[in-house]
Design a protein around this ligand. Sequence first.
Ligand code: SME
Length: 164
Amino acid sequence: MPAASKAKDLKTELAESAAKARSAHELMSEIVRLLQERMLKYNWVGFYMLENLPGQPPMLVLGPFQGAMTPHTRIPLHQGICGAAASTGKTVVVDDVNKDPRYLACSLETKSEIVVPIFVRGKVAGELDIDSHFPAAFKEDDRELVEYCANLVGQRLPAIADRK
Ligand code: SME
């Protein structure tokens, strides 16, 4: 199947999962499962959610993920490629993680990474992080797919002001 129709099929399936999911957490678990299973170069797929506690620096906290356990379960906003994406609100694609001084190593096999912020009412609420064992694995199509997933989750998360 051509890559474009494969991505379209996956997007349809992701949208169906979003409609069926009973919570944002369930949707995130389904997204990491589907992406890691279908996209052969997506070796580690996980969410980090922004924790904003009064009197404490904001922190990215590991959420649902597929792949090996990472030592980075809590990442401050000034650290890592994850911190860069959350603090700028921009997708970050790194073709060679070993050449990026911001990179926090998760696995020695990781060669490239994409991190896409998740927005709720215009504010960063978390991000979707994907690592690949292949250099420069994330092209324009991948960015579009991962941003599509981040958007599905953003639509399901409560706005910060509405959180209990
Ligand atoms: N590589 C990330 C840390 C998270 S692990 O990849 C799961 C970073 O540089 O922020």
